[in-house]
Design a protein. Structure first.
Length: 329
């Protein structure tokens, strides 16, 4: 990416309900940003119109700024090389939609596209908690679990661009079926909805006993991970049990990650990861116990620096990847 003095790039974060866009400089600082509703259940043109509306609103804030590129992150699956959104479940408006090409044609800037977890991981590696580390494993834990692999400042995409789906690594082949079709994926065991489901099952099994979690859940059809976190904060034993089990599951998964990749650092972001941050030291210890790597305890487990803005920063970081791609050779 050029120096900030040469201008900025636009980072665009496309989600199922919103499009966020911001000006980002070469240090990863977000200068201005806007949000616009995403029309995810319409046709492809309406979905793209939502993206254009966000970019146009941003450009209208300061027409004097010199923009030299646009980065876009969106849910996968997508093809980062072709710049095509393939068939993300929460963006049904797009099926094999050439988002990068259409954006470049509209605005005349170079455009880079990647999935949201890859982009957020790249931002953390270049500008956030991963500064100073060569090989970064990034995980975002929220409604789902997404991961990104950054080796020596470059994203690793694999042969076809489909690498890095760490959330769909199975740790129990007899476990519950994931939305991807596999069984026992870490996403279906330790994501936000999984935490809520496990808590709800424990409440049902416990009968009508009094607890902070039961009081919070009263009147709600489903227990949420946010409820579990709040109940744990006030000392609810059942909520603490659910989170302890979640840490154990994530530790087995991270042990596999370490044995496979041995990254220099593990970075976790997302709403659930933020809730679990008080458990990070215990998770790091348990992960090392689930490794054959005798030096796994040396790998730090760090919270992500970018919070809700990780998509904007990550999308902007992609613009510096225009001529970079990690190779195993």
């Amino acid at each position: 990416m050029r120096d900030a003095g040469d201008g900025l790039v636009i980072g665009v974060d496309v989600g199922g309900t919103k499009v966020a866009a911001g000006f980002v400089d070469s240090t990863g600082r977000i200068h201005q940003q806007v949000r616009h509703p995403m029309i995810a259940d319409g046709d492809a043109a309406r979905g793209f119109a939502a993206v254009k509306a966000a970019i146009d609103a941003l450009l209208a804030l300061d027409l004097k700024r010199k923009v030299h590129g646009i980065g876009i992150c969106a849910p996968g699956p997508l093809d980062p090389d072709a710049g095509v959104v393939i068939n993300p479940p929460n963006l049904p408006c797009w099926r094999n939609f050439p988002l990068a090409r259409e954006t470049a044609r509209t605005y005349g800037f170079p455009v880079k596209l990647d999935n949201d977890a890859n982009a957020a991981g790249l931002a953390e590696a270049l500008w956030g908690a991963g500064i100073g580390y060569h090989n970064v494993f990034y995980a975002t834990i929220g409604t789902g679990i997404g991961t990104g692999l950054v080796f020596d400042g470059a994203l690793y995409h694999g042969r076809t661009g489909a690498a890095g789906e760490g959330g769909h690594m199975s740790i129990d082949y007899r476990g519950p079926q994931c939305g991807c079709g596999k069984r026992g994926c870490i996403e279906t065991l330790a994501s936000g909805p999984a935490i809520g489901r496990r808590a709800q099952e424990k409440l049902a099994a416990a009968g009508n006993g009094s607890s902070a979690l039961r009081q919070m859940a009263n009147g709600h059809h489903e227990v949420s991970s946010e409820m579990v976190g709040r109940a744990n904060d006030v000392g609810d034993a059942l909520a603490h049990e659910v989170l302890t089990e979640t840490i154990a599951l994530l530790s087995v998964w991270l042990g596999n990650i370490i044995d496979l990749l041995e990254p220099d650092v593990i970075i976790m972001g997302g709403g659930v990861a933020c809730m679990l941050q008080p458990f990070f030291a215990d998770m790091q210890r348990q992960a090392s116990e689930n490794c054959v790597n005798s030096r796994a305890h040396e790998i730090p487990l760090l919270p992500a620096c970018y919070g809700a803005d990780s998509g904007i920063a990550g999308a902007a970081a992609l613009c510096g990847q225009a001529s970079r791609r990690f190779s195993m050779s």
